[in-house]
Design a protein around this ligand. Structure first.
Ligand code: PMP
Length: 305
């Protein structure tokens, strides 16, 4: 098959069975989202949100896309916007990985920085201000755009169902991290509709507030919330697992050494949560999790030291 453009390479990522021994002889399967052309799960979001904005007549050739982002969404949006010939401005808190910022610029985006201490809320505020200042601008706003969970409901989730069913495997558990919450909500909702007995676990780092813990800085990048994502509903969530930086980074190292997988820290957290969820399931159950990106975009942050 010859692909006609980079956007056709988004999705249909590999599903891998991990070798790690989990409690109750549970098998863990992970979607390797680093295989998307922009290197993360967020390529799906950039493509879908801009497609939907086109369908709804919200953007045209004059539009400048503006989005607050921790990085991967910025890369996904910049990739999709470049193929539509649209200008992109990404508002990024300074603390986020240099590698991601370099890639956003390589894809033609202009970056605007906000102070790390102001968190993602500071970036959201700045994006809204730019929207009022720049003519013909459009802010997809992943944090409250229903097309965010829909992107995963319509692509990632059916892929998981198809791949597991093709191998006659049940899906008994699902674990995924939440930043905007789009990945978790889109996939959890679809899987609960299709497999009503499934148990779901949403994953956050220590320092995020889903489990009621105090907000503080963490090293795990890409997940963790400063406010409850508006599309996260109680019915989607059976467990909330709060994972320490130490546990996530230990598993990132273990995956590289033992399974040859070079993962970002949010993947380490997703795996830590899958191991916890395994304790709650019957012997020989299957858990599917999501590995959102690779460690290559965190090398300057000493992910392996
Ligand atoms: N992991 C990484 C590395 C990410 O960049 C993101 C997106 N911020 C997530 C996980 C979480 O995805 P979502 O925004 O869909 O909750």
């Amino acid at each position: 098959m010859i692909y006609q453009g980079v956007e056709e390479l988004i999705g249909d990522t590999p599903l891998i069975r991990l070798k790690i021994t989990a409690p109750n002889k549970v098998r863990i399967f992970a979607k390797l989202e680093m295989f998307n052309p922009g290197g993360s799960i967020k390529d799906r979001l950039g493509k879908y949100m801009l497609q939907q904005a086109q369908v709804k007549g919200l953007i045209n050739q004059k539009t400048t896309i503006i989005e607050p982002t921790a990085g991967n969404t910025g890369i996904g949006i910049a990739l999709a916007a470049s193929q539509l010939g649209l200008k992109t401005i990404l508002v990024v808190p300074e603390k986020f990985s240099q590698e991601k910022q370099i890639l956003m610029k390589a894809l033609g985006a202009r970056l605007v920085h906000t102070a790390s201490a102001d968190g993602i809320k500071g970036a959201i505020k700045k994006a809204r201000r730019l929207e009022t200042e720049i003519p013909y601008s459009y802010v997809p706003m992943q944090f409250n755009n229903r097309d965010n969970p829909a992107a995963y409901y319509h692509s990632l989730a059916p892929e998981i169902k198809k791949e597991m069913q093709a191998n006659e495997l049940s899906i008994d558990g699902f674990a995924a991290g939440a930043g905007s919450g789009g990945t978790f909500v889109g996939v959890a909702r679809y899987l609960k509709e299709n497999f009503p007995k499934i148990k779901t676990a949403v994953v956050e780092p220590e320092g995020s507030i889903l489990n009621g813990g105090p907000r503080h800085a963490h090293r795990i990048e890409g997940i963790g919330v400063e406010f409850i994502p508006p599309f996260l509903e109680k019915k989607d969530v059976d467990h909330i697992y709060t994972i320490s930086d130490r546990n996530a980074f230990m598993l990132v190292k273990k995956m590289a050494l033992e399974e040859g997988l070079l993962l970002g820290s949010s993947s380490g957290a997703a795996l830590a949560a899958s191991l916890k969820l395994a304790e709650k399931l019957k012997p020989n159950s299957n858990i599917v999790t999501i590995f959102p990106d690779s460690s290559e975009r965190y090398l300057s942050q000493n992910i392996y030291s």
